[in-house]
Design a protein around this ligand. Sequence first.
Ligand SMILES: [Zn+2]
Length: 416
Amino acid sequence: MFWTKSFITTLKEIPENAESISHQLMLRSNMVRMLCAGVYSYLPLGYKVLSKIEAIVREEMNKTGALELLLPGLQPLELWQKTGRDEVMGETMFRFVDRRNRKLVLGPTHEEVITDLAANFVKSYRDLPFVLYQIQTKYRDELRPRFGIVRSCEFIMKDAYSFNRDTKGLDEIYEKMRSAYGNIFKRCGLDVISLKADSGVMGGSCSHEFMVLAESGEDIVYKCKICSEVKGAAAVVIETCPHCKEDMEKLTVLEVGHIFKLGEKYTNPLNVRFLDEDGKHNLVQMGCYGIGVSRLISAIIEQNHDKDGIIWPSAVAPYGVAIVPVNIAEKSVWDKALELHDQLQQIGHEVLVDDRDERAGVKFKDADLLGIPLRITVGNKWLKENKLEIRDRRSQKVQEVSAEQLVSTLQEIAHG
Ligand SMILES: [Zn+2]
């Protein structure tokens, strides 16, 4: 890819009304653009990152045996009335009437729709267990949209739902999901705190929240400096660790995932029953497992940046390598940049060549802002000594290599 064809523009100044660092950096690198309060477009650079995160989530979900489907955003209000959640959701749920006078909502979540689907599918114990998931847009009429895509009215979630014949089966799937969540966050380059939590509007017997440290977080946790015990804000009466009796540190966190053992909360009102071996009808035990997929972009930036910009973990970087020809008017520099572009792309690297007629300093600053993990400079060293410079965005370490050494050096870096 060439910069001049990439739809990337950068801003030097911090945009107004962008409170959090992740929101500022996403606007400055043209990853997203606000259409109106709480509603964002994902521009090509931002969409590349989003797609990579989705691919990781999808892979880890598929590994657990969960099956992907796609449920509608438009849902009948009647279904929400059956579980009583139309009242629980209140004004957070977008509601309207269509031209046939049907009362509809824009789905803020999908427990009702999936449970209704399961009610029509499950007949006997032979139909169980199964896990279904989707990656889909959710809608919430936020009173106060904030921090860009962190708290927005339209956002993308992965939501999975498990159906089991008993609580033992539910417990097993719940643990499997917990461990899949660990893999997902690790692959996204995130350091995540997991906390047993309040089940809130989802209901059910047990839940875990997954949170990352972030200044734009809206939740507070307390963490022991000695044993790393973590407590939610609601659980802390005394701000000392129950084990070490030491002071606990107050931290701002951003929720990126939440999993719940729902039990019969939805299968009872929507009547999801199976016939067992003895001819008895029993209620299905349900679990649900959410990840804020679009929100993960912000979380990753909150944890991976410095004063110069974003530092993408390789697995989610929009491009793996930035090639900076220092002076595109110099034929041997430009030819080498083109050759590297083709060569690296052929062996699977995603490459962005900065083909703008700009000063080297401007190009270096922009490559840092965009957070591309490796930068290859074709400049004076190339003209004088036939050497290329590879710079690691995170460590800022620079290596000089010959053109012949380049590919093997990139492979060494990729394998740590
Ligand atoms: Zn402690």
